[in-house]
Design a protein around this ligand. Structure first.
Ligand SMILES: Nc1ncnc2c1ncn2[C@@H]1O[C@H](COP(=O)(O)OP(=O)(O)OP(=O)(O)O)[C@@H](O)[C@H]1O
Ligand SMILES: [Mg+2]
Length: 323
């Protein structure tokens, strides 16, 4: 009797231990599902937020495009007018010699008081500053507008050809810096996408790689290398662009995707990566910065599904007004 009881107790113990293991395993599984759900939710919220920001940016860009172009147009006539005024004053000054005193002396005094020569020089300088600032603003607004406009329907595309095409557009720059481009292409299936937009992503990533290499070679005269690799992956494709530039410091790894974040003092608007990430997101893919172990610089990896999501974000609707 006692033996039977002891056996039952042992049996119950074993069962309890088994139950505890099962509960622990289920708890682990549930925690990991919860974590996945949280990540999915945050990706959705982030996507929604980016779409809203995109819409806002597009309407602002559209509203300021026309006034900005009006300023740009006026500035170029301002340059012409200022040089005409300068020429006219020169002519008056020559004629001044023929004036009788005290008229001539009065005019000379007045001219010195107003520092006409200095003012005309300042005017030319101001026109140049306004001109370059306006050019830059028009460039930013144009980029934002062209990004916001939905350029046609997605079509089956050969992304390797798109990459090669983009590289050939940059050939002059690559040759000037003697940058070696190593292509590692595995045959890709066709990807349904807006080809122009995806080529814009390639252009942004390759331009960044060239600029990063230029930054480095200016310091240590090393040889620039860019590796462009494509391969099918799961039900999509992966395109990576790596360089042997200085890379991105750890604390800037996510910030580089922020709109207007740039470390380039003159030539950067800071929009390349944020726009590229948004384009890829609309296509249902991801654009990430990963470590370029082989080359030591930056490695941007773009993952795209073979088909974009149903009813792919058509880009922010532009306002119909076109004053
Ligand atoms: N390949 C790279 N190597 C090192 N840093 C990079 C690389 N690509 C991007 N970055 C960093 O990320 C920042 C943001 O890049 P992004 O392309 O968005 O803007 P930008 O190149 O500065 O200006 P824009 O592309 O508008 O001309 C850059 O200023 C640079 O600091
Ligand atoms: Mg850039």
């Amino acid at each position: 009797m006692r033996k039977a009881l002891a056996q039952t107790i042992d049996h119950l113990r074993e069962e309890r231990a088994g139950l505890e293991t099962n509960v622990a395993r289920r708890t682990r599984e549930l925690s990991s599902s919860l974590e996945d759900l949280k990540q999915a939710q945050s990706a959705l919220v982030q996507g929604e937020r980016m779409a809203l920001i995109g819409e806002l940016v597009a309407s602002v860009a559209h509203e300021i495009y026309n006034p900005l172009n009006a300023i740009a147009g006026s500035v170029s006539s301002l340059e012409r007018i200022s040089s005409e005024v300068q020429a006219m004053i020169g002519a008056y000054r020559e004629a001044e010699a023929e004036l009788p005193e005290p008229r001539r002396g009065e005019l000379e005094r007045r001219r010195a008081e107003l520092d006409i020569d200095g003012t005309l020089d300042d005017l030319a300088g101001v026109v140049k500053v306004v001109q370059s600032a306006t050019r830059r603003s028009v460039e930013i607004v144009t980029t934002l507008r062209s990004f916001a406009r939905a350029p046609g329907e997605p079509i089956p595309s050969d992304l390797t050809a798109g990459l090669e095409e983009t590289l050939s557009l940059l050939r002059h720059r690559l040759e000037r810096r003697s940058i070696e481009v190593i292509a590692r292409h595995e045959p890709l299936p066709e990807v349904v996408c807006r080809t122009g937009e995806i080529n814009q992503v390639f252009m942004n990533l390759l331009t960044n790689a060239i600029q990063a290499i230029e930054e480095r070679t200016a310091k240590d005269h090393s040889r620039g290398v860019i590796v462009v690799a494509t391969r099918p992956e799961g039900s999509g494709v992966t395109i990576s662009i790596s360089d042997n530039g200085p890379g991105v410091p750890d604390d800037l790894r996510e910030r580089v995707f922020d709109p207007f974040f740039t470390t380039k003092s003159r030539e950067g608007t800071g929009l390349g990566l944020s726009i590229s990430r948004e384009i890829v997101r609309r296509h249902g893919g991801t654009l990430e910065l990963e470590r370029a172990e082989e080359l030591g610089g930056a490695r941007f990896v773009c993952r795209l599904p073979l088909n974009p999501p149903q009813g792919m974000g058509r880009g922010a609707p532009l306002r119909a007004t076109n004053r």
